[in-house]
Design a binder for this molecule. Structure first.
Ligand SMILES: [Zn+2]
Length: 116
């Protein structure tokens, strides 16, 4: 899929913006995770529950960052926006909604169904 330099630059800045936002989210998560544990055991249990939630949020954000970095690499390689499974264009509407998408909607839905 041919893209103008301007389009490529726009996509890159959108991806970098998303990445910066996610990195801010991860550092906010880190700040909260450093809060000392409460003395009270009920409070401690609640906090430990939060720690698990926070860890899940953090790994989700880190995965998203990795996905965005991979998208930037595909952009550099000229394969951005091409489905990794069927090699058809992913589609601009889908890329606008999910800039790090690696698959077209059909392949993503098939995969999701297979992993259920
Ligand atoms: Zn596909």
């Amino acid at each position: 899929m041919e893209r103008s330099e301007r389009e490529t630059a726009e996509i890159r800045s959108r991806l970098l913006g998303l990445k910066a936002e996610l990195q801010r989210r991860v550092s906010t998560i880190h700040e909260h995770a450093r809060d000392p544990l409460e003395q009270d055991s009920a409070e401690q249990a609640a906090q430990l529950g939060q720690v698990a939630v926070v860890a899940a949020l953090e790994s989700e954000a880190i995965q998203e960052i990795a996905g965005i970095e991979a998208a930037i690499r595909r952009l550099d390689a000229g394969t951005y926006g091409i489905c990794v499974t069927c090699e058809e264009p992913v589609g601009d509407a889908r890329l606008r909604a999910r800039p790090a998408a690696t698959q077209c909607r059909d392949c993503a839905e098939l995969d999701a169904r297979r992993h259920q």
